[in-house]
Design a protein around this ligand. Sequence first.
Ligand code: AP5
Ligand code: ZN
Length: 215
Amino acid sequence: MNIVFLGPPGAGKGTQAKILIEKYGIPQISTGDMLREHRAKGTELGKKAQEYMDKGQLVPDEIILGMVKERLSQADCAKGFILDGFPRTVAQAEALDKILSEMGKKLDFALALVVPDELLVERLTGRRTCKSCGMMYHVKYKPPKVEGKCDACGGELYQRPDDNEETVRNRLKVYHESTAPLIDYYNKKGILKEIDGSKSIDEITKQLIQILEGK
Ligand code: AP5
Ligand code: ZN
């Protein structure tokens, strides 16, 4: 099952991807998480990406595409994968089609989570993420049992530097300009499914499973 998650920042792509990878035993490939790992390790790639990420701008394709191609060629992607946060432009989507066709693969589903902008600002400014395992929480919608600590691993929760209101608004602008055209791109390919992402986390998961299992 080869899946792409679409949707604006804060739509719940990462939250749902983490639930589905457990259920289906396929990896989540989040370009945002990969870039943040590079930053944490202080690699050259991470240093280059930092200035774009902190302003809410897209990191250049030459950095992203090499990273994704290498990841997709790893053995754990043989049974399928969930791409989260990639592609983000039509150029990236075309490059992905080419990478997959060279591997004799194709996408099965493009799942788009639809959420109004105002809700996204609230979701992102209230998001907290576990430093150790990457699990996402929300101060109002998904609070941890113990404040500041991850339920899953006890790790410390932190706020992403790009989750302040100013950067969030810029990320939304970039989304509408550069990423939203992908909805049309995948619709024309006949693999697009749109889901109301303003519902509860559980309701959205149910709908996604129904779509993936063809019910
Ligand atoms: P990235 O890490 O991909 O961030 P994003 O796309 O902005 O998406 P988010 O992770 O913010 O949102 P999400 O949809 O996963 O939401 P989540 O599930 O956490 O990218 C960061 C930066 O990296 C970019 O700005 C760019 O610079 C760079 N980058 C990455 N990929 C790139 C690429 N391909 N090309 C170029 N540059 C790239 O949910 C958000 C919050 O809401 C959480 O607190 C969660 O608990 C809560 N929540 C989730 N679902 C619900 C619900 N149904 N109801 C209530 N609350 C909910
Ligand atoms: Zn954790």
